[in-house]
Design a protein around this ligand. Structure first.
Ligand SMILES: O=C(O)c1ccccc1N[C@@H]1O[C@H](COP(=O)(O)O)[C@@H](O)[C@H]1O
Length: 223
């Protein structure tokens, strides 16, 4: 089997971006339920988008920042998700996992190798940069980590590299980090919250080509 790499396109708000992610074979598509985000969608908007995802298409991930149970329930009462990307501490993330019975990917902001988790009870980890002090959201800031810090890391769960990735730097990011999967949002936008179908196509194509040439990248199969 040729090496492959998981690709997630996050922060989808419009059919054009979602359709491009589906057409070019994204593994996951993400929807942001965080009101301060320029990529925020309501449960009803997400339902309209998610209805476009065909059976056997990308898995549908809902992104929540320190959510209440009610906030997650409001989405799950309206549409279907396959997994949750959660910005919260270990205990809260585990409580959400138990309460909703969906795979939980916990987002972890890191600045150095010492910040990489040695243990995890999650289904997956989203490894991304810490937000700048001025940021009003914990992710989606287009900020990259030092990609070399994950080399030699014994990841305690499947993980995905996020933060500041673009079609132009994803090849270098994969080569340096040995990430088994990549996640992009702002790097495939023409403006905050507006995905560019051509950038999505180029990002997926480049990530896949790079992985095929790099034996370091291995298949990523989270829940
Ligand atoms: O996209 C957002 O606005 C956002 C808001 C709050 C938390 C996370 C958010 N985005 C996620 O952050 C990573 C990295 O994004 P980027 O590629 O640097 O823009 C990704 O998972 C986004 O979906």
């Amino acid at each position: 089997m040729s090496p492959t790499i998981g690709v997630k396109i996050c922060g989808l708000t419009e059919p054009a971006g979602l359709d491009a992610a589906i057409a070019h074979g994204a593994d996951w598509v993400g929807f942001v339920f965080f009101p301060r985000s320029p990529r925020h969608v309501t449960p009803a908007q997400a339902a309209g988008l998610i209805a476009r995802v065909p059976t056997g298409g990308p898995r549908r991930i809902g992104l929540f920042v320190t959510p209440t149970d009610a906030a997650i329930e409001a989405v799950l009462d309206t549409t279907t998700l396959d997994g949750l990307q959660i910005y919260a501490g270990d205990e809260r993330a585990m409580a959400i996992r138990l309460r909703f019975g969906l795979p939980v990917w916990q987002a972890r902001g890191v600045a150095a190798a010492a910040d990489l988790p040695a243990a995890s009870r999650m289904d997956g980890l989203v490894i991304e940069s810490r937000p700048p002090a001025s940021a009003d959201r914990p992710g989606g800031n287009g900020r990259a980590i030092d990609w070399t810090i994950t080399r030699g890391w014994s990841a305690p769960a499947p993980w995905i590299l996020a933060g500041g990735l673009t079609p132009d730097n994803v090849a270098e990011a994969v080569a340096r980090s040995a990430a088994p999967a990549v996640d992009v949002s702002s790097g495939v936008e023409s403006a905050p919250g507006r995905k560019d179908p051509d950038l999505i196509a180029r990002f997926i194509r480049t990530a896949r080509q790079t992985a095929a040439q790099s034996p370091a990248a291995s298949p990523y199969q989270p829940g």
